[in-house]
Design a protein around this ligand. Structure first.
Ligand code: PBG
Length: 328
């Protein structure tokens, strides 16, 4: 290997054309999954204080958004529901309503934008009064009873036309149970994107406001979501979920966990999706609003870094804005 001055690393950086030529990664619209919050009370949209620029969408507003996603070429939308508090209970039973907000939202997107893939979160937290992802027995989140609920929820989503069910609850054994039920129910082509390496993170704060579970949530999610200090456990989680029938696996949050994305992409031949979560969005927006960073540049840089880390896809609240910029 040559050393200075025969080697000058800056030679290849001097022109736009050389930089483009030697570039490893390019972010394209094909990498983006647009996370949207849909609400049965928004009319037509409702702001979310902690996520400036993101709104809770009514079903009509969702149809418009889906059309724009299709025009921009965004491959898929991920739906997160804000449920009327009156419909919540301890068991989260509104999740099993065939005509509930999520099945309706799936149909709205499919009608408005048939080329856009629909991804749905499988977990009970938007529907429970306690804000946890599963059913509780006293202080405990009961694993196997929750898995039975998740299976029912996933089947209802598949029936409504959801392309990808995405269990985000971190119960053990749920991917296998959902896969078996989908096969038995005639949904052989429904994909599972498993939130395999999902950490108990402070970066979900704004999301819990967005879906209205923040005030309700008692305690934390540390008995089911992963410890942010752990690395190898993510490999085990992914190995299990692939064995149970996951088609794609997720790392969540995104930016602080790019080492996990890289390690999974080095170790597994399965598409990795990274989730740039609400708190990451909020941080970039807050700094940009203060004039402390250039928001658009920081956004595109952050999304490119997901690619560099090895992600095949990125779930982001920025998908529409990024797609518009990339189209220019
Ligand atoms: C819960 C769920 C969460 C998110 C997606 N699904 C939050 C949590 O686990 O408490 C977070 C999304 C975000 O922060 O953008 N099933």
């Amino acid at each position: 290997m040559g050393i200075f001055p025969s080697t000058r690393m800056r030679r290849l950086r001097q022109n736009d054309w050389t930089r483009r030529l030697v570039r490893d990664e390019s972010l394209t619209v094909n990498d983006l999954i647009w996370s949207v919050v849909v609400s049965d009370t928004a009319s037509p949209v409702e702001p979310i204080a902690a996520m400036p620029g993101v709104e809770r969408l009514s079903l009509d507003a969702l149809a418009e958004a889906a059309k724009e996603a299709q025009e921009l070429g965004i491959p898929a939308m991920a739906i997160f529901p804000h449920i009327d508090p009156k419909l919540k209970n301890d068991g989260g039973t509104e999740a099993f309503n065939r005509d509930g907000l999520v099945p309706q939202a799936i149909r709205v997107i499919k009608d408005a934008a048939p080329d856009v893939g629909v991804i749905c979160d499988v977990a009970l937290d938007p529907f429970t009064t306690h804000g946890h992802d599963g059913v509780m027995d006293g202080e405990r989140i009961v694993n196997d009873d929750t898995v039975a609920c998740l299976v029912e929820q996933a089947l209802i989503q598949a029936e409504a036309g959801c392309d990808v069910v995405a269990p985000s609850d971190m119960m053990d054994g749920r991917v296998g149970a959902i896969r078996d039920a989908l096969e038995a129910g005639g949904f052989q082509n429904t994909m599972i994107l498993s939130y395999a390496a999902k950490y108990a993170s402070a970066f979900y704060g704004p999301y819990r406001e967005a879906i209205g579970s923040a005030a309700a949530l008692k305690g934390d999610k540390k008995t089911y979501q992963m410890d942010p200090a752990n690395r190898d456990e993510a490999l085990r989680e992914v190995e299990l979920d692939i064995a149970e029938g996951a088609d794609m696996v997720m790392v969540k949050p995104g930016m602080p966990y790019l080492d996990i994305v890289r390690s999974l992409s080095d170790n597994f031949a399965v598409p990795i999706v990274a989730f740039q979560v609400s708190g990451e969005y909020a941080m970039i927006e807050a700094a940009a609003a203060n004039g402390w960073i250039d928001g658009d540049r920081a956004m595109l840089e952050s999304l490119t870094c997901f690619k560099r880390a090895g992600a095949s896809g990125i779930i982001t609240y920025y998908a529409r804005r990024a797609a518009r910029l990339l189209a220019e």
